[in-house]
Design a protein around this ligand. Structure first.
Ligand SMILES: [Zn+2]
Length: 492
């Protein structure tokens, strides 16, 4: 099919062409004389002019076969991946308005951060070294009620997007307050996100109760559903200890009405499991399953303490589990049985959690710690190899959050969420195994360029969609106000 296409309509655009130009370039066997004449035009004229070509000394596609192309390239137009091949193939076929050079650059899918509270960048370092319930009830919830408003969320989310883009994250799943504000920031900075309206049965920065937060959340979903293809509005019921069974059921029903997904904290700490046992006579996941909570798409953050009986429930209900190793270690929540869940067929991605319990948004660190934590826990270095972890941060994570058909791998027809990782730093010299380096060596400082939906958000470490100077100034000024309010409170 390809030779016919090349000859007949070199200017054909978009997805039809994706289907036709699938892999390597076949010889132009089928051209009629007239078509041959067209194909013989000078390269500049005959090649298709598209938006973007990204070159790489290796292209790590994360497709199901784990294909890695040496001296590869990706052709992108209208936000879609048109072709993946060798640089020679791609450049003979297309010319682009912009090309990102592949010199010492590894090309791979953007990272998927499956669980964050983005605006908590502004609470980073305010309260460290505390257990989850102490940290939440005595520090975070009160601080949030006191300081968090729409302006706080705007600045904190901009900070987070800056940090995430800088570190190669292209998609994140957020749960915080003032979701309209989060969505506006994501709209303008160009990232992709599932943004939850938090539902919680206590006074929060943007609502008074479960009923109030669910009602306001529904309004937000109505406003943002179908508005921007990069932004998916979802519900974020906080946890089974901040909402009762009825409220959790009501949230699921509201989500079903909107055909929206849900993100929730599940089995994060022994406290939660004990609370579920005491209150419902069941462990957390059993309780959620018993009320039909998993009847629609669910993203479950943490899942540190699933019982043996609960793991098959997660697999059967296609719950996307998000592993947050750094947060789980810092708050001493425990070690999630990731290897066992993977073996049982549970969909697993990685996340950073909020910056106040991490304390950064570095997905490279999550990859490394995810691998190391399972290995040392099981005293088995073969558990969770680099390839498995890289999948959790890309295609596996995308599947866990319900975007597996759209992003997470570099395959023809998918949305173009692509990053270039610089491999010229001393810690990449020499490189024997690129995947080993990506998981065990690379860090966020190595990310050179970031593309989301075909648009360049960072080019050679220059942020293009966020005014970093303004955001830094605003964040510093807001932090100074928080700092003096805290000092004032401490003096009382
Ligand atoms: Zn969380």
């Amino acid at each position: 099919m390809l030779p016919l296409f090349l000859c007949q309509n070199a200017r054909m655009r978009n997805t039809t062409r994706n289907l036709l130009f699938v892999a390597s370039l076949l010889p132009l066997l089928a051209c009629t004389p007239q078509e041959t004449e067209q194909a013989a035009l000078p390269a500049e004229e005959s090649a298709d002019r598209i938006d973007l070509i990204i070159d790489g000394q290796s292209v790590v596609t994360m497709d199901p076969a784990g294909t890695i192309i040496e001296n590869g390239a990706i052709a992108i137009d209208d936000g879609v991946i048109l072709a993946v091949g060798t640089a020679a193939e791609i450049h003979s076929e297309y010319t682009a308005a912009e090309t990102l050079s592949g010199d010492h650059r590894i090309v791979m899918p953007g990272l998927v951060n499956g669980h964050s509270h983005a605006a908590m960048t502004l609470l980073r370092g305010i309260a460290d070294d505390l257990a989850l319930m102490d940290w939440l009830n005595n520090y975070m919830f009160p601080a949030e009620v006191e300081f968090v408003d729409a302006e706080f969320v705007r600045i904190g989310t901009e900070l987070a997007c800056w940090e995430m883009i800088r570190g190669g994250t292209t998609t994140f799943v957020d749960m915080y307050y003032y979701p309209d504000t989060i969505a506006q920031v994501v709209d303008s900075c160009g990232m992709r996100a599932l943004i939850s309206a938090t539902v919680i049965d206590q006074r929060s920065p943007d609502a008074e109760s479960a009923v109030d937060s669910l009602q306001k959340g529904s309004g937000y979903i109505e406003r943002w559903q179908g508005k921007n293809s990069r932004i998916t509005p979802i519900f974020g019921p906080h946890a089974n200890y901040t909402l009762d069974a009825e409220q959790l059921k009501n949230t699921r029903q509201a989500a079903m009405r909107f055909n929206a997904a849900i993100s929730i904290h599940v089995s994060e700490s022994p406290f939660e499991v004990q609370y579920a046992k005491d209150t419902y006579g069941m462990t957390s996941i059993e309780m959620l399953d018993s009320i039909g909570f998993f009847d629609g798409p669910t993203i479950a953050a943490h899942v540190v303490w699933p019982t043996e009986a609960e793991i098959p429930i997660l697999a059967a209900r296609e719950v996307g589990v998000i592993h947050n190793p750094t947060s789980n270690m810092k708050i001493a929540s425990g070690i999630a049985p990731i290897a066992a869940m993977l073996k049982a067929g549970v969909r697993i991605g990685l996340g950073t959690d909020g910056a106040a319990s991490n304390n950064d948004l570095d997905m490279w660190e999550e990859m490394r710690l995810a691998a190391f934590l399972q290995k040392v826990e099981q005293m088995n270095p073969e558990v969770l190899p680099a390839r498995t972890v890289l999948r959790m941060a890309t295609s596996g994570g995308a599947t866990a959050i319900g975007l597996g058909d759209e992003v997470g791998s570099l395959e023809v027809g998918k949305r173009a969420d692509v990053i270039q990782v610089a491999f010229d730093d001393v810690h990449h010299v020499p490189t024997y195994d690129v995947v080993s380096h990506l998981v065990y060596v690379s860090d966020e400082q190595d990310v050179a360029s970031v593309v989301v939906d075909g648009k360049v958000l960072m080019r050679e470490r220059q942020l293009l969609t966020i005014d970093t100077e303004r955001v830094a100034t605003e964040a510093t000024a807001l932090a100074a106000r928080i700092q003096s309010a805290l000092e004032e409170r401490n003096r009382k």
